[in-house]
Design a protein around this ligand. Structure first.
Ligand code: FES
Length: 145
């Protein structure tokens, strides 16, 4: 049911933890399943993501997708990180069962929320970034699987 990569990232998640005095912190939840994700980003003055950590109260698929998402945004610029969609994360994991696709949205949205927090703290606008929702369960219904 799950790919080897999903199992690997679930069993050995990368970048779990928190960053003290992070440049941006974002928390999102999904009211339907009750899962919560928090992302911490450390962004340098050139706008490059130097470090990223996550904490989740989420299912196995949420753990695996967040782990992969953190690997994909680490070392990237803010703009590049915005291109790391949940679809890109799922591809990198060799796919997810359909019923678990929504879990991958938690990671994407938490990264967006952390970038939003960073932008607010620095009073800048990040091109292409909309204000993230704190509960993504509504968005999920509009998602085309
Ligand atoms: Fe809620 Fe997976 S079931 S994130």
């Amino acid at each position: 049911m799950y790919s080897e990569k999903v199992m690997d990232h679930f069993q050995n998640p990368r970048n779990v933890g928190e960053i003290e005095n992070a440049s941006g912190v974002g928390t999102v939840g999904n009211a339907k399943c009750g899962d919560i994700m928090r992302m911490y980003l450390d962004i340098d003055d050139k706008g490059v993501i130097q470090d990223v950590k996550f904490k989740t109260f989420g299912c196995g698929a949420a753990v695996a997708t967040s782990s992969m998402a953190t690997e994909l945004v680490k070392g990237k610029t803010i703009q590049e990180a915005l291109e790391v969609t949940n679809k890109a994360v799922m591809e990198a994991l060799d796919g997810l069962p359909k019923v678990k696709v929504h879990c991958s949205l938690l990671a994407e949205e938490a990264i967006h929320a952390a970038l939003w927090d960073y932008a607010e703290k620095h009073q800048i606008k990040i091109e292409g970034l909309d204000k993230p929702k704190s509960d993504i369960s509504e968005e999920e219904e509009e998602e085309e699987y």
